[in-house]
Design a protein around this ligand. Structure first.
Ligand code: AMP
Length: 513
């Protein structure tokens, strides 16, 4: 089934329900939304000659047009390739070439030099001024028929650990992922408003489907991005707001909320994930917003759908084991099985750390045009996530790290995450990232990049003292490097590769990382 049927169905059931909002202003009900999508689908097919199965890329900031174009692409039977709008046009052109996209929508319609795009790919303006009206008896009254395993979304990974790969997600993958949301993350009602404060090309965009299915409101902030103050205004005006936010965004929301004395009115659910949320930050978020937080763990290869930690477990701070529960990523979601395996693929028991493997309906079909990477990632029907973690006897999954991030020092495995947790609890520490550095004596040694709340307020000795009273001293950082901020990609993930590169070749000031 073509997932665009969810839009047709919503328009038939609830034509007058409010659908698309720019800030607090409604710009379309479900009938308008579907009509415009169909018009754009016809334009794609006849105006631009895009056939079913062909790829169409989007390099745009968040907007209502973005949602319309995604659905138009699926309605016409084509495949969407959403590209992170913060990428350099050259990087985007690489993705377009790799995906063999026939067209790319951009905000201005003039982002690329003609020579940068492949010959058979044209740039199109993403804004809606030219949407034609459609004769009611024309074709594509319904979305073009697609099978569950037909490709729908080519999802280019954020490339924090190497060159970006095109994850192949089918209509069936997207449906399975979406149906887990009300079961495992948060029930959805028509009165809800999903706000796109993080890029639609990534996790936030994937949450559109279930909200279309339930006829809820879709809200793009006027800033077209993340602005905590604007978000609070929207929540108070629109009510029942839910959003996906990376932990760094949650942290900024907490700071802003504290400054203006806001306590979360109008926010229904804040779903966080995509990177570790440290306990110290989670505690502050709960103090500020109350029981509004839910955590998910996923990756492009099994989008948003490996595990979830429920609102109730997160909020239950009276539970004697709360620190361990809150540091976990929760239980496997409804459509997947999760197991922990060793380097030979053998299943490990409760409490034993190993690679997290996952199997189920949302798992990708492979990497686009990359059979060797596909073979490495999908083994006997299981997706090897590259994340290290353990399952406990209650079925809770805890991530310790990415397999590539584990530091082996003097033969012992040190998980950067646990070192970071301890340092983050220090009241003077704002952010921290721990990586390994080659060391002649130990193989690797632990290095902590630290951002302080007050620059100059702490030194290495003070942090060491803090550390050794809380954790085995063989895990103690050998070096603390103080910086103004940590380099992050546009999804808020810390670029560990950049930090490692700097350690290898520390040219330039640490402040310019
Ligand atoms: P991406 O494919 O770019 O979304 O990155 C996915 C990776 O982000 C995962 O493999 C994890 O390493 C990390 N990640 C995702 N969700 C979480 C989470 N809730 N806690 C910690 N790390 C996470």
């Amino acid at each position: 089934m073509n997932i665009a049927h969810w839009l047709l169905d919503a328009a038939q059931r609830w034509p007058q329900r409010p659908a698309l909002f720019e800030g607090c202003r409604q710009v379309a009900d479900y009938q308008d939304f579907a009509t415009r999508v169909r018009a754009r689908a016809l334009q794609l097919r006849h105006g631009h000659g895009i056939a079913p199965g062909e790829r169409v890329a989007l390099l745009m900031k968040n907007s209502c047009d973005y949602l319309e174009l995604l659905y138009a692409i699926w309605w016409s039977g084509a495949v969407a390739v959403p590209v992170n709008s913060k990428l350099h046009p050259r990087e985007a052109a690489w993705i377009v070439g790799n995906a063999g996209a026939r067209a790319i929508y951009t905000d201005s319609g003039r982002t690329f030099e003609l020579k940068d795009l492949p010959d058979n790919c044209r740039e199109l303006p993403g804004y809606a001024t030219s949407v034609p009206t459609v004769a009611p008896d024309h074709e594509l009254l319904e979305p073009c028929p697609r099978r569950d395993d037909d490709l729908a979304w080519l999802f280019y990974t954020s490339g924090t650990t190497g060159r970006s790969k095109g994850v192949m997600l089918s209509h069936g993958n997207l449906m399975a992922m979406s149906l887990c949301y009300p079961l495992d993350v948060d029930p959805v009602q028509a009165t809800d408003a999903v706000v796109y404060a993080a890029p639609m090309s990534h996790g936030a965009g994937l949450y559109n489907f279930i909200h279309v299915r339930c006829g809820a409101r879709h809200v793009v902030p006027e800033s077209r991005g993340f602005d905590a103050q604007e978000l609070f205004g929207l929540a108070q005006e629109l009510g029942q707001v839910s959003l996906f936010a990376a932990p760094t965004m949650v942290k900024r929301m907490v700071e802003q909320a504290r400054q203006q004395g806001y306590a979360g009115a109008g926010i229904k659910t804040l779903v966080y994930g995509g990177a570790p949320m440290y306990l110290a930050d989670l505690g502050q978020a709960l103090d500020t917003f109350g029981p509004r937080l839910v955590q998910i763990y996923g990756q492009g290869e099994c989008p948003m759908t490996i595990s979830a930690l429920s609102r109730e477990l997160i909020a239950d701070r009276e539970h004697p084991d709360w620190p361990a529960i809150a540091a976990s990523v929760g239980r496997p979601q409804s459509c997947v099985e999760v197991r922990i395996v060793d380097a030979d693929g053998q299943r490990l028991g409760p409490g034993e750390p190993g690679e997290i493997a996952v199997r189920g309906a949302p798992v990708m079909h492979g990497y686009w045009d990359n059979p060797s990477a596909t073979q490495e990632a999908l083994v006997d029907g299981w997706l090897l996530t590259g994340d290290i973690g353990f399952l406990d006897s209650r079925g809770l999954l805890t991530l310790t790290d990415r397999s590539k991030d584990v530091i082996i020092s003097g033969g012992s495995n040190i998980y950067p995450r646990e070192v970071e947790e301890v340092l983050m609890q220090h009241p003077g520490v704002f952010e921290v990232c721990v990586v390994g550095q080659a060391d002649a004596e130990w193989g690797e040694s632990v290095v902590a990049f630290v951002v302080l709340r007050c620059p100059g307020g702490l030194d290495a000795q003070a942090l060491n003292q803090w550390f050794v009273t809380r954790m085995a001293s063989f895990k103690k950082p050998r070096k603390y490097l103080f910086c103004r901020e940590l380099p992050k990609n546009s999804y808020g993930k810390i670029l560990k590769t950049r930090l490692r590169q700097w350690l290898q070749d520390p040219t330039g000031s640490i402040a310019d990382l």
